[in-house]
Design a protein around this ligand. Structure first.
Ligand SMILES: Cc1cc2nc3c(=O)[nH]c(=O)nc-3n(C[C@H](O)[C@H](O)[C@H](O)COP(=O)(O)OP(=O)(O)OC[C@H]3O[C@@H](n4cnc5c(N)ncnc54)[C@H](O)[C@@H]3O)c2cc1C
Length: 482
């Protein structure tokens, strides 16, 4: 079995890359479980679009400000400049964006944005609408329940993937491989991510001595309803705060102004740390107060959040929603260049949340990530079309390592606890050292391949955090000696 292109992942990045690959190429998209079980599907707020040419510079500035100015500026320029073209493409294909009664597109505002420039679809259903749109327009083959467990790499070329399917393991060969496997949510006890998002592709890259960059830069979303038993916790979108939702304590105190003059609309890391610090110091809970909305108004603007929170027995908008920060997004990822090529392997690409081309710097501006997946998915497709790499016939042995072993589930939960408690919103050297020790012990045990891959990524996150001794962006470090 040989393809021109294999794409690992069926979220926004993978599907948009596939969309830009012509039908005369033999393209195969692989994803775990069902295609909709990805972060793209759950995205709520929307997609950032520079409103016009004049807004490009301001969008670039907002992105750099959120990223503490350590972003790759060229990547940010590409992101913002391309947003207008991507938007027009989506509109021309019939993607339905929300409009007001006058038929004008409605733009939302989120934390860190100077103006309202976020388009949305079906209220808070943007991710679901975008994913459905891309799946409906897909013209290449997609295999679901196909879990990639290894890359077939020799010297500086990739020859294909080893994939676990319901029928067993098999190697599939390709001239180009694109990784679009999303972030690292499954490493944390509290997270907002789809359950397919568990960082295994990141681990595979490490095994092949390829680099992950900025892995200490992990974003924690401030407003997540965590009081459920599901692994994926319910996000209450930033757009809810953008539209007037406020954060209070049990005495109705709007405490976030003690931390930043922008209050609820400060960038995410500031809001997350504010909530974390205030609740810890004062032994209090935080809530989001939706009383500014009417019931119909909230249901109309945020139908999915309304439905989800109501299903947990909450009376919206009358009840105050208990919230906590939770892991949300990884700025760090597979080191690649602005053509989406993975550094060190000439026909391997990385796009979307799994990739690190420097666009987000030390923190991501809200709603820049769907846009990133679309922009760099298209760029990867263009580069694949222009490069004419044909890999020679090679046959690799199957990677027969046992994927799961008996004690793995328990250790996976230990790992999640460690990551949440010691490698989370506030980090210290002693906490990181003890986390590293725990991971190293687990790595020595009799564990399955999938857990090993997660542990390798966790170890990389911790060593990256230990190497950055001062706070920057999403990495908040307290020096215990001071
Ligand atoms: C609740 C929530 C709300 C969000 N809201 C917004 C928003 O409003 N705006 C915004 O811009 N961003 C938002 N984000 C972030 C954004 O959704 C993601 O960053 C983006 O969708 C990632 O797209 P992706 O294509 O890179 O990965 P994903 O959409 O996560 O897709 C990853 C794909 O890779 C597959 N995969 C993973 N590992 C393997 C493997 N080993 N083998 C085979 N397949 C594999 C998965 O099955 C999946 O198909 C939100 C995220 C969450 C979780």
């Amino acid at each position: 079995m040989k393809y021109d292109v294999i794409i690992i992942g069926a979220g926004a990045a993978g599907l948009y890359c596939a969309k830009h690959l012509p039908q005369n190429l033999k393209v195969l998209i692989l994803c775990k479980e069902q295609p909709w079980e990805c972060n793209t599907f759950y995205a709520q707020g929307g997609i950032t679009i520079a409103k016009n040419k004049e807004d490009i510079n301001l969008h670039i500035k907002d992105t750099l400000d959120a990223g503490s100015n350590v972003n790759n500026k060229k990547a940010v320029e590409m992101l913002s400049t391309s947003s207008i073209e991507i938007f027009n493409e989506l509109l021309n294909e019939g993607f339905a964006v929300d409009k007001n009664e006058k038929g004008e597109i409605t733009f939302a505002k989120e934390g860190g944005h100077s103006i309202s420039r976020i388009i949305h679809s079906n209220g808070d259903g943007t991710g679901r609408m975008l994913h459905t749109h891309l799946i409906n327009n897909l013209k290449h083959t997609l295999w679901k329940n196909a879990n990639v467990v290894d890359l077939l790499i020799e010297e500086n070329r990739v020859y294909g993937v080893c994939v676990s399917t319901k029928k067993g393991l098999l190697n599939i060969y390709a001239n180009n491989v694109v990784i679009a496997s999303g972030g690292v949510g499954g490493l944390f006890k509290y997270h907002t991510n789809a359950y397919t998002i568990s960082s295994d592709m990141h681990g595979i890259l490490l095994e092949h001595n390829l680099n992950l960059r900025d892995m200490e830069m992990l974003q924690f979303h401030p407003t997540v309803f965590v009081e459920t038993n599901h692994a994926r916790k319910q996000l209450v979108s930033e757009a809810v705060r953008g539209d007037g939702g406020i954060i209070i304590d049990s005495n109705n105190k709007r405490f976030l102004f003690d931390y930043d003059k922008r209050g609820e609309l400060a960038p995410r890391d500031i809001v997350s740390r504010g909530i974390f610090d205030y609740c810890k110091k004062n032994n209090k809970k935080a809530f989001i107060d939706l009383s500014i909305f009417s019931k119909a108004g909230f249901e109309n603007r945020f139908p999915n959040i309304y439905r989800q929170l109501s299903s947990y027995g909450l009376d919206i908008p009358n009840d105050k929603i208990p919230i906590s920060p939770a892991f949300h997004y990884s700025m760090g990822g597979i080191e690649c260049d602005l053509n989406a090529r993975v550094n060190g392997v000439e026909n391997l690409y990385a796009i979307g949340e799994c990739a690190n081309n420097g666009v987000h710097g030390a923190n991501r501006l809200a709603s820049n990530s769907l846009l990133e997946g679309l922009v760099f998915g298209k760029i990867a497709a263009k580069n694949i079309i222009e490069s004419s790499i044909i890999t020679k016939e090679r046959h690799f042995p199957l990677n027969n390592e046992i994927l799961q072993k008996d004690g793995d589930m328990r250790l996976k939960n230990v790992l999640r606890d460690i990551m949440w408690n010691k490698v989370g919103i506030v980090r210290t050297k002693s906490g990181l050292d003890s986390a590293l020790g725990g991971i190293e012990v687990m790595l020595l045990g009799d564990i399955g391949r999938m857990l090993k891959l997660r542990l390798l990524v966790a170890k990389k996150i911790i060593t990256s955090a230990l190497n950055r001794k001062e706070s920057l962006g999403a990495h908040y470090f307290i020096d215990e000696k001071k």
